[in-house]
Design a protein around this ligand. Structure first.
Ligand code: PA5
Length: 490
């Protein structure tokens, strides 16, 4: 069977020299650290308790109970057959994986042409911004009677999702009447949060209203596509077992202890070395595929929220093998590579100029697709493009970009995806998730929290007078005003 391949030739001194590329001895040296990180992660994964409370439950998602999967598949079919439109509400990890799946696994222009959708509903994503324009347009254009709504929020508290859900709910109620709740599914924490509370209340009144699926304990938003994203996949007609098989295969490959046999570990180790030893602090992910652009956007969140951290991690062990991760407030580390999502060939006419000639502080990861669902062959015009296929031209553009970067001693690497199918796409996601977890270990940070995201939320809650804001946060906001001098605004 074909599988994903990781080509790291151009990350090495072999091709880009020792100033910018990783040497054999650097790689040998980091192998020991990788081995320790591997043992630590494996110990956590082996303990269901550790897995759940540290946030590593996502690694066992490919082995979910068949019964639960069948239930999701059934619900997906029901929604898909019964409605013309489905609106998904969610932001961050409750949105990006679904959008990535939508663009990778459905044909382009899916929403525009009934022939492409083959009886499936149009899919819309909302609640991922507070810009009023898109939601306004959408609700002004869709028929509520023909629209199903899926609201996704692990916490059930996120402002963007909550605001959009309030609007959409009102719209549904007005257009559908008292039983509008039957057109809603909530995906949220199984016990906590105001969305779960709402589900419980509505279910008490009508069991067909506000049906729900749980966000599994220990699965953070950005690691949740194989949990929160499954209903969306079922609605667009993706076979969930194929997806989970792909993810499972990658878990098997990427939990091999040997660095040289484990593509995710190699990826993490090389990126870590490029960052720490060669100053490559910017990580460009550049699929040569239009349909994988949103997958690159998903990766941006994964890398940024997982590894961009102010404090190091302090491991506290208790009750035998259980551990807790605290922020080590005595150690400000301010680490994390800055992710950038780009796409070939589009961005060869944009960011590429800077990548080639700007500061040599980046690595580029290409994703190259082996076979496309449909290719185009140009007619025999007699010029240099005559009879060429688009797939060949795209592949050549990637090869050319790789060459141009290498000539300028700029490190890059390539992930080969045989085809963009659910099976391979799931492998790609799991590859990045495991690589990110390992890189978190190498950096000594908690890759499963996102304390930095709280700042803006707390400020908004404070201004909007959300009940329950701790005094400490209110004092912090009051004592750190942003000074706005009129003279500095022209
Ligand atoms: O990765 C994460 O955990 C975050 O990006 C969340 O997904 C995001 O903040 C949305 O949170 P919630 O699902 O609680 O609405």
């Amino acid at each position: 069977m074909k599988q994903l391949q990781f080509d790291f030739n151009n990350m090495l001194s072999l091709n880009v020299g020792a100033k910018h590329g990783i040497t054999d001895s650097e790689l040998r040296h980091v192998a020991k650290k990788v081995r320790e990180a591997h043992i630590h992660l494996q110990n956590i994964v082996a303990s269901p308790e550790n897995r759940a409370h540290l946030g590593l439950e996502w690694i066992v998602l490919p082995r979910q109970e068949e019964k639960a999967i069948r239930r999701i598949q059934r619900l997906g079919r029901e929604i898909s057959r019964g409605y013309e439109n489905v609106i998904f509400l969610g932001i961050g990890g409750s949105f990006l994986g679904l959008k990535a799946a939508q663009d990778a696994l459905c044909a382009p222009y899916y929403n525009d042409f009934a022939g492409i959708r083959q009886g499936k509903p149009r899919i819309y994503f909302e609640g991922n911004n507070l810009d009023p324009e898109p939601l306004n347009t959408l609700l002004g254009s869709l028929n509520p009677k023909r629209t199903f709504v899926i609201v996704i929020s692990k916490s059930g508290e996120t402002t963007e999702t909550r605001a959009a859900f309030t609007m959409v709910e009102q719209w549904l109620k007005k257009g559908v009447g008292a039983r509008y709740g039957r057109q809603i599914v909530a995906i949220t924490d199984p016990v906590a949060g105001s969305l779960r509370k709402r589900v419980t209340e509505e279910q008490r009144k009508d069991t067909k209203s506000f049906r729900s699926l749980p966000v599994i304990k220990g699965v953070g938003g950005r690691y949740s596509e194989f949990n929160m994203g499954l209903l969306h996949l079922a609605i667009i007609g993706v076979d969930l077992t194929g997806v989970l098989k792909g993810a499972q295969l990658m878990v098997r490959r990427c939990t091999a202890a040997s660095l040289y046999k484990n593509p995710a570990y190699l990826y993490a180790a090389l990126q870590y070395l490029a960052y720490q030893k060669k100053g490559k602090s910017i990580a460009i992910l550049m699929p040569f595929s239009e349909t994988l652009k949103s997958t690159a956007d998903w990766y941006v969140q994964l890398l940024a929220e997982s590894l961009g951290k102010k404090y190091g991690r302090r491991i506290v062990r208790y009750s035998g093998n259980l551990e807790r991760w605290d922020q080590d407030r005595d150690t400000v580390v301010n680490v994390g590579r800055t992710p950038v999502s780009a796409r070939g060939t589009n961005d060869l006419h944009s960011i590429q100029q800077n990548t080639i000639e700007g500061e040599n502080n980046k690595t580029v990861t290409f994703i190259r697709v082996g076979r496309f669902r449909h290719d185009i062959t140009l007619p025999p015009t007699g010029d240099f493009l005559s009879g060429r296929s688009y797939a060949r031209l795209l592949g050549l553009a990637q090869e050319a970009t790789e060459w141009a970067l290498t000539r300028e001693r700029r490190p890059s690497c390539t992930i080969y995806v045989p085809e963009v199918t659910p099976f391979y796409w799931a492998q790609l996601l799991m590859f990045f998730e495991i690589a990110t977890a390992l890189e978190g270990e190498l950096l000594g940070v908690n890759a499963f929290d996102q304390p930095g995201v709280e700042g803006y939320k707390q400020y908004m809650y404070y201004i909007l007078k959300k009940p329950g804001i701790p005094q400490r946060i209110a004092r912090d906001i009051q004592s750190h005003p942003v000074r706005k001098k009129a003279g500095f605004i022209v």
